[in-house]
Ligand binder design. Structure first.
Ligand code: SF4
Ligand code: MG
Length: 336
């Protein structure tokens, strides 16, 4: 089947000096061969933690997957040993980060780093690995790859480093690439080139991409489907078309109002969303967005909204769309 990844009701928490933080509170999504799925939200919403959970790259002592499942080709990843995960990382699922300088090794040549994975996972000789590395660098648009192999990260521009990281992640032909803010540190022109590179690789190899971003422009450009996350939860989910043309969650609407859009009257000012996300040491009892929501009703402060299915793939977790909201009796009377 085409189904590669199924994340279901994932809950992840961290132990910190200040107590327990519920960073991810019930995230679900699926990823199929050849498709791009985006998780979008503000920093701290749990999108990176979700991505790192799939790779099992969370700090082992301070984090825990408390509930839910992550299945890759039917295998339950949350149950695998670190040794089994190491076999999967790079060969089946690879990850690309925002900053190559911290994600890669600045003291090893690009050649050593790209060949390491090939030799480890594919048991090739050095010369065969070298040949494959050169081909891969060519594929990601690095000219003169033979010479480039001998160089170090600091000898490249930001955009070139992202290309290197994509080459290293892709060289063993994984089924899934997870990219966490892969273009955030780049200027706009280079961002577009890197997004084009992802699309090119996907067309060529059928790789599925899970992209984590705060940037709706990136989502519009590359994703097929998207989860909008807020305070550790998915507040809206659907195809990119459904979310951009028919956003139903006040938070999604706010995100869309805060970015420049081609179809928008330029004289209309952009409106940033006021307020800040809730404290996840003690998540609010009702809707986590209530304190920032101009549509908040009494029920919103008392009960958490469930996912309501709209048309197609579109779901939203908001009382405005839940027919039960009308039937729920008034919340307990305020004390006099
Ligand atoms: Fe706003 Fe209520 Fe919907 Fe939350 S559930 S987003 S507070 S209307
Ligand atoms: Mg992040």
């Amino acid at each position: 089947s085409d189904l590669l990844l199924e994340v279901e009701n994932l809950h992840v928490s961290f132990t910190t000096h200040g107590g327990r933080v519920q960073a991810v509170r019930g995230v679900s999504f699926t990823l199929r061969k050849g498709e791009t799925f985006a998780i979008v939200g503000e920093s701290g919403c749990g999108k990176s933690v979700t991505a790192r959970s799939v790779m099992r790259l969370l700090p082992p002592h301070s984090s825990s997957i408390d509930q839910g499942s992550i299945r890759y080709k039917g295998r339950e990843l949350t149950q695998l040993s670190e040794k089994q995960m190491r076999e999967l990382r790079g060969s089946e699922i690879s990850m690309i980060f925002q900053d190559a300088m911290t994600a890669l090794n600045p003291t090893l040549s690009i050649g050593e780093q790209i060949m390491e994975g090939i030799i480890r996972h594919q048991k090739l000789s050095r010369s065969a690995a070298r040949k494959q590395a050169i081909e891969m660098l060519g594929l990601v648009g690095i000219s003169n790859p033979e010479m480039r192999l001998k160089q170090y990260l600091h000898e490249f521009s930001g955009g070139m480093r992202q290309r290197m990281m994509i080459a290293i992640a892709s060289v063993c032909n994984p089924s899934i690439l997870i990219a966490d803010e892969p273009t955030t540190a780049l200027d706009v022109t280079i961002q577009a080139q890197i997004i084009d590179l992802f699309k090119f690789l996907q067309k060529k190899t059928g790789v599925a991409i899970l992209i984590i971003t705060h940037d709706l422009g990136v989502v519009a450009n590359i994703a097929d489907r998207v989860n909008v996350m807020y305070a550790g939860k998915v507040v809206e989910s659907g195809t990119v078309h459904e979310l951009f043309y028919n956003p139903q969650h006040p938070y999604t609407q706010g995100l869309l109002d805060s970015i420049p859009r081609l179809d928008m009257d330029r004289s209309q000012p952009l409106k940033p969303i006021g307020g800040t996300p809730p404290d996840l040491f003690a998540p609010p009892q009702g809707c986590a967005f209530a304190a920032r929501c101009s549509h908040a009703m009494e029920v919103c402060g008392v009960y958490q909204p469930d996912n309501t299915g709209l048309s197609g793939h579109h779901t939203v977790a908001c009382w405005l769309q839940d027919p039960r909201a009308k039937r729920i009796s008034q919340p307990p009377a305020k004390k006099a």
